[in-house]
Design a protein around this ligand. Structure first.
Ligand code: 2P0
Length: 324
C-alpha cells in the first residue's frame, strides 16, 4: 500500500489564464499571475493498493460516480505512467470552503492530488516539476504549488510550462481579497468549455491575447514597486477584458449575474469615495475584491450596505503545498 497526503490552497488570478495552445498538455495561450490564498484549501489523501480493481474518489466523504471520477482517474493514469506503477488508487479529498458557496476549486484540488501522489509514489519531484504535473490535471493548479504571488510561465512544451514565485519582498502579506459570494441558479459553463469556445469563436480573443503580455508586465512592475493602485487597476482591467471575450463567442455567454454587476458597481463607488479596492471575477458569478490589509475591515463594512454579512469572506495571502 502506497499512501500520501497533502494540502493545497486555492489561488485567484490577477492576470487570467484564458485559453489553451495545447489541450492535451494544458499549455496556455498566455502567462498568468495569481495570489495564493489562506482561506480556502483542499486536503487529499491518495492510497495506491493492489486490492483495488478501479480508482475510487470520495469528495467530502461522498463517493463520486463515474463522471465525477473521470478527471481524477485520467490524472492518476499520468502519474501511474510516470511512476511505472500499475496500481489503482483510492482518493479522499476534503474541500475546506464555505458550504454551497460555489468556490470549490480545481486549482487546490488537483494541486493537492498531485502532491499526494508525489509523496505516495516517492516521485521526489521538485516544486517546479510538481507544478508541471499539477498543470496536467488542471491548468490553474500549477500555480497552487507556490505561496503568495505566482506566475505561470506558459512555455511551449511540457517541460517549459510551469509556475514559479514572483519575488515581492513579502508585500502580498499587506494585501487582502474579499469574496462576495453570489448565488446563481443558472447552469454552469465550466471554465474548460468556456475558454475553448472563446478561443475557437470569439472575435475579441485576438485583442485579449495581444494585450495580456503588457498586462502581466504592468502587474509585475506594480508588485516590484509595491504600487497597489497600479496592481489593482491592471487586475480589474484584465478581468473585464477576459469576460469581454465571452460576449463575442458564438454562441455568446457570460458568467455574470445581476448581483455580479451590483458588486462591481459597489466596488467602483467605494473606490470613488476614496478607499482603494479593485474587483476580479472568474468562471462564475462571485466577485473578488483586492484591497490592502489595513482597509479590509472598512471595506467589509461598506460592502454590508450592499450584501449580507454571510456573503462576505476575507482571505489573505496563503502558503504553497504542505505535506501532511
Ligand atoms: C485563472 N480560470 O487564471 C482562470 C480565470 C478561470 C478564469 O484557470 O481546463 O480549472 O482545468 O486547465 O484551471 C480555471 O480553469 O481549467 C481558470 P483547466 P482551470 O484562474
Amino acid at each position: 500500500m502506497l499512501k500520501g497526503s497533502a494540502r493545497a490552497h486555492t489561488n485567484i488570478a490577477l492576470i487570467k489564464y484564458w485559453g489553451k495552445a495545447n489541450e492535451d498538455l494544458i499549455i496556455p495561450m498566455n502567462n498568468s499571475l495569481s495570489l495564493t490564498l489562506d482561506a480556502f484549501y483542499t486536503e487529499t489523501t491518495v492510497t495506491f493498493s493492489e486490492e483495488l480493481t478501479t480508482d475510487i474518489f470520495y469528495l467530502d466523504d461522498t463517493l463520486q460516480d463515474e463522471k465525477g471520477t473521470k478527471k481524477i482517474s485520467r490524472f492518476l493514469d499520468l502519474v501511474r505512467k510516470k511512476a511505472a506503477c500499475p496500481l489503482f488508487a483510492e482518493v479522499n479529498s476534503y474541500n475546506h470552503v464555505p458550504t454551497a458557496a460555489g468556490l470549490a476549486s480545481s486549482s487546490s484540488g488537483l494541486a493537492a492530488l498531485a502532491a499526494a501522489c508525489n509523496q505516495a509514489l516517492q516521485l521526489d519531484l521538485s516544486d517546479r516539476d510538481l507544478s508541471r504535473l499539477a498543470r496536467r490535471g488542471s491548468g490553474s493548479a500549477c500555480r497552487s504549488i507556490f505561496p503568495g504571488f505566482v506566475e505561470w510561465q506558459k512555455g511551449n512544451s511540457d517541460e517549459t510550462s510551469f509556475a514559479e514565485v514572483v519575488p515581492s519582498s513579502g508585500w502580498e502579506n499587506e494585501l487582502a481579497m474579499l469574496f462576495i459570494l453570489i448565488n446563481d441558479q443558472e447552469k454552469d459553463i465550466s471554465s474548460r468549455d468556456g475558454m475553448r469556445k472563446t478561443v475557437e469563436t470569439s472575435a475579441f480573443y485576438d485583442g485579449w491575447l495581444q494585450t495580456t503580455t503588457q498586462d502581466l508586465a504592468s502587474a509585475k512592475i506594480a508588485i516590484h514597486a509595491q504600487d497597489f493602485e497600479k496592481l489593482g487597476t491592471v487586475t480589474e482591467n484584465n478581468a473585464l477584458k477576459m469576460h469581454g471575450t465571452t460576449l463575442a463567442a458564438v454562441p455568446p455567454f457570460t458568467y455574470w449575474s445581476p448581483d455580479s454587476l451590483k458588486a462591481m458597481n459597489a466596488v467602483r463607488k467605494i473606490r470613488a469615495a476614496g478607499l482603494p479596492c479593485y474587483f476580479t471575477m472568474d468562471a462564475g458569478p462571485n466577485v473578488k475584491v483586492l484591497c490592502q490589509r489595513k482597509d479590509v475591515a472598512q471595506l467589509k463594512e461598506k460592502l454590508t450596505h450592499y450584501f449580507a454579512d454571510e456573503q462576505l469572506i476575507t482571505a489573505f495571502s496563503g502558503p504553497g503545498i504542505t505535506y501532511l
